[in-house]
Design a protein. Structure first.
Length: 126
């Protein structure tokens, strides 16, 4: 008696199941979207700094933390035991990564540019 088990026909073409989200078009669109998202996240014009963001100099050292935002400036608290504020112009923001804001100047430059004076108080004094 012959074995009655059914064997799959090896000559019949069997197409693998293909999911829609594995298609080359979907992958291309996804990659394009990721690039656009990354570009938007690194551009200062498409992103608004928030209180609590760390501010990093171009040298890689932390300067302080954003505590407020004013028209044209971010207010950054520097120092731990005797904190003071820097009024950094938004034009000095080079970009951001996550919650870190990166400046186009080093920490040392930021501390010695006269940004410790509130620009709005200086306008009122004149």
């Amino acid at each position: 008696m012959r074995n009655a088990s059914i064997q799959p026909d090896s000559e019949s073409p069997r197409s693998p199941e293909k999911r829609v989200d594995d298609s080359p078009l979907t992958e291309a669109v996804s990659a394009s979207t990721e690039r656009a998202d990354h570009a938007a996240s690194s551009s200062p014009s498409a992103w608004e700094p928030e209180a609590g963001n760390d501010v990093i100099g171009s040298c890689g050292h932390k300067i302080g933390e954003i505590v407020d935002q004013q028209p044209g400036h971010i207010v950054v608290e520097v120092g731990f035991f005797n904190p003071s504020d820097l009024y950094i112009p938004t034009s000095a923001i080079a970009g951001h990564h996550g919650d870190d804001v990166t400046l186009s100047v080093s920490k040392d430059e930021a501390l010695h540019r006269g940004w410790d004076r509130d620009p709005f108080e200086a306008d009122e004094a004149e």
